[in-house]
Design a protein around this ligand. Structure first.
Ligand SMILES: Nc1nc2c(ncn2[C@@H]2O[C@H](COP(=O)(O)OP(=O)(O)OP(=O)(O)O)[C@@H](O)[C@H]2O)c(=O)[nH]1
Ligand SMILES: [Mg+2]
Length: 372
């Protein structure tokens, strides 16, 4: 399936990462590799990477002054027209770097917001993304830059908003208007959910773990599957038959990622409500990814942030077809309650269904309307 969104021309980007203090080397490398995929998703080809280790960032530029020349040289040699920092920069730092380097500088948060803006399809997702972008602009970018940023290319642009409309809108008023709209959508959703006839099971997990593929495997629903990050922004709910003539509602959700911008989590609250109000979470993880343990940690942290940490969950180790036996053995020792599946090959799904019923019954969840 292809996206209906038209892609703008690709840019050449240089990635810069400052490894602070005692940050774990492997984690920093994974984060940079992930930034490359994020850049690719947003339409930039990575033509170089620069890493610097420092005990702490400098206030004005984040990087040391000596690194400026290295970055400039790397941009000249590679023809990069965009610099993407893996670290979160302050408004002042972005401004100073822009001036010192003469090349557009953005950070990881801005890239993630941009991907969300491109992916948002439903009215609700669009409102949520626009809210997150406006909050980001208002809090971090000085007035003089707000206008400069709407010149096109990879930068801030809300879905459905022309640059001029955005520039002219009194942002604060727009923000409260969006919040009111989301509130209304959220309340409507909550009242529908309260009357739900079957237990609600939500798929949660790191982006690209295979949540949508698993939903499809269960139901043959046509959830959008893509090997890009953040394929799914809208929730999809499907009825799934489970053993004992029972049914559950299975919901797909937006994926998580390390350093998910807080504003984004807050804006996606109504989408993520399905996780908070679920009877059971299926925490899907990609067992073939060497970073799986860090991913699971990020998922637990994000669940805590959205107030879903007390919802019962089952860990689902997905992509067993692509993981080595050693990796699977070691994961099963660490997480002995986990269920191993391959969504792509529809393997392990019957066991997973049994475990879902077992977990729901163990938590006293009723199955109304069950045929005896
Ligand atoms: N080898 C293998 N690949 C899988 C499996 N399940 C999913 N994938 C692939 O993993 C990629 C991501 O799958 P999605 O289902 O889009 O992942 P997601 O968790 O919904 O991702 P987001 O919506 O971005 O959060 C796709 O290329 C899938 O084909 C599996 O069991 N085995
Ligand atoms: Mg998905």
């Amino acid at each position: 399936m292809t996206m209906a969104v038209q892609s703008p021309p690709r840019e050449r980007a240089l990635l810069v990462q400052v490894v602070l203090g005692h940050r774990d080397r492997q984690e920093a490398e994974d984060s940079l590799a992930e930034l490359e995929r994020l850049a690719d998703t947003v339409g930039a080809d990575v033509v170089g990477r620069i890493t610097q280790r420092r005990s702490r960032p400098t206030a004005g530029l984040f990087i040391g002054e000596g690194k400026l020349a290295d970055i400039q040289l790397a941009c000249r040699e590679s023809g990069a027209g965009l610099i993407i920092f893996d670290n979160d920069l302050s408004a002042v730092q972005v401004n100073n770097l822009d001036l010192a380097l003469g090349i557009k500088v953005i950070d990881r948060t801005e890239v993630i917001l941009q991907i969300f803006a491109r992916r948002a399809q439903s009215a609700e997702a669009k409102v949520q993304v626009e809210l997150a972008q406006l909050e980001y602009l208002v809090s971090r970018i000085p007035i003089s830059r707000k206008q400069q940023r709407f010149q096109g290319g990879i930068g801030m642009r809300g879905p459905g908003e022309s640059p001029l409309q955005l520039r002219n809108a009194p942002m604060r008023r727009r923000i409260s208007d969006l919040k009111r709209r989301l509130d209304r959508i959220g309340k409507r959703r909550a009242s529908v959910r309260k009357r739900r006839p079957w237990p609600l099971v939500s798929l949660v997990g790191y982006t690209n773990a295979g949540k949508s593929t698993l939903l499809n495997a269960f139901t043959r629903a046509d959830a959008y599957v893509d090997d890009r990050l953040f394929a799914t922004l809208d929730t999809k709910t499907r009825l799934v038959h489970v053993p004992g003539n029972r049914n559950v509602l299975l919901t797909d959700t937006v994926g998580f990622i390390r350093h998910l911008p807080h504003g984004l989590v807050a804006s996606f609250r109504s989408t993520l409500d399905v996780a908070r109000e679920a009877d059971l979470l299926l925490l899907v993880a990609d067992a073939s990814n060497p970073g799986i343990i860090a991913h699971i940690k990020v998922v637990h942290e994000t669940l805590e942030e959205i107030g879903a940490k007390d919802v019962p969950y089952l860990l689902v180790l997905n992509k067993s077809d692509a993981a080595s036996q050693d990796q699977l053995d070691s994961l099963c020792t660490t997480y002995h309650d986990a269920v191993v599946v391959s969504a792509r090959q529809s393997k392990g799904l019957d066991i997973l269904k049994d475990r879902v019923v077992e977990a729901l019954l163990a938590h006293d969840v009723h199955f109304p309307g069950r045929e005896h």
